[in-house]
Design a protein around this ligand. Structure first.
Ligand code: NAD
Length: 352
């Protein structure tokens, strides 16, 4: 774990991972390759930017020449691959970027690793960070295990499924030392405000309407981002090469339950709205997303029993910390709305 190439390190999970890794491993050196798309924000890592163990390349994972050069110049022996287009709604309106980054970008990294690590496989690791959405949608019962057949339903999940297949193929064909994780929905600090939890926190704190898809009955299995990052470090340290690990929080919630809980937390922390109304009164049900998967839930038995990982933050604790973080860091959100590190507010709200 000396020279770690983190792709997409300026995004939500990548920035939390870099911060945790630098704090937990004094010997770790992190090379962050990020294209700074609308979702990437260099300010997410201001606190570690001057750490001599951290360096940043502003570039594209699809740029084979650049990726080869980074592997060679930096002596990369570990890859933690987060970089992706990650928002399902955007994949429905503009799928091309998802195929390019998620499929072609992953292929470019695999090729670079294959060339650079030829004969050194023992000491190297390629950890591909993927999603539970590759498994499709569940009915009222059942859980996704590592043996669940893939059944992606959106351009986003199909592009992630394709990348998982490529990573697995590079292990079987070229003996590349890969690990794959499929994780459920994350929440926590630094998540771009187009996703459900930060969107609701920010709208509710400003007294704006809270648009909830369909009847609000979609179910997601929520995991605090810090627990996901700990799981990734566990898989890097102790995971079996070539193996897939599902990661989840055993924490199924209806979307509407999550939104109501956020409203109550903001009423408690920020006080009532000037009108005296409760924030739950801001909830509006809107037309459902095309092909909206109804339920995701993860069986995380393998990573728990084989590697000893357990989530440490309950949903109540994690949501409280997250709401507090967004309320305490309004300048972070404002900078995104102003366009100084992301889209301007018009573009952002067009994407919601
Ligand atoms: P994010 O959208 O917040 O961040 C993605 C990052 O990748 C951004 O910094 C962006 O600038 C960068 N990027 C995009 N295209 C790039 C390219 N071509 N070259 C280099 N950098 C590029 O995403 P996230 O929520 O942090 O998710 C990270 C990974 O975790 C993704 O692969 C996603 O599929 C997976 N995942 C996310 C969740 C979740 O709930 N957020 C759950 C499971 C798995």
């Amino acid at each position: 774990m000396e020279k770690i190439l983190v792709t997409g390190g300026c995004g939500f999970i990548g920035s939390n991972f870099i911060r945790l890794t630098l704090a937990a491993f004094p010997e770790a050196q992190i090379i962050n390759l990020d294209k700074l798309t609308y979702a990437g924000n260099a300010h997410n890592l201001t606190d570690v930017a001057s750490d001599p163990r951290y360096c940043f390349y502003n570039g594209d994972i699809c740029d084979a020449e650049l990726v080869d050069k980074i592997f060679c110049d930096e002596g990369i022996n570990t890859v933690v691959h987060f970089a992706a287009e990650s928002h399902v709604d955007r994949s429905i309106s503009s799928p091309a970027a998802f195929i390019q980054t998620n499929v072609v970008g992953t292929f470019t990294l695999l090729e670079a690793a294959r060339k650079a690590w030829s004969g050194k496989g023992e000491k190297c690791r390629f950890l591909h960070v993927s999603t539970d959405e590759v498994y499709g949608s569940l009915g009222e019962a059942g859980l996704f295990s590592e043996l669940t057949p893939y059944d992606p339903r959106s351009p986003y999940s199909a592009s992630k499924a394709s990348s998982d297949h490529l990573v697995r193929a590079y292990h079987h064909t070229y003996d590349l030392p890969v690990l794959i994780t499929n994780c459920s929905n994350n929440y926590g600090p630094y998540q771009f405000p187009e996703k459900l939890i930060p969107l609701m926190i920010n709208n509710a704190s400003h007294g704006k309407e809270l648009p909830v898809y369909g009847d609000g009955g979609n179910i997601r299995d929520w995991l605090f981002v810090g627990d996901h990052c700990e799981a990734l470090l566990t898989v890097l340290k102790r995971g079996m090469i070539g193996r897939t690990y599902n990661i989840g929080g055993d924490c199924e919630k209806l979307n509407i339950e999550v939104v109501r809980r956020i409203c109550d937390l903001i009423d408690e922390m920020a006080g009532p709205l000037p009108s005296g109304k409760r924030r739950q009164d801001l909830i509006r049900f809107v037309e459902d997303r095309f092909g909206h998967d109804r339920r995701y839930a993860i069986d995380a038995g393998r990573i728990k029993s084989e590697l000893g990982w357990e989530p440490s933050v309950t949903f109540d604790e994690g949501l409280r910390m997250t709401v507090k973080w967004y309320l305490d860091n309004r300048s972070w959100y404002k900078a995104i709305l102003n366009g100084s590190c992301g889209p301007n507010s018009e573009q952002l709200f067009a994407a919601l």
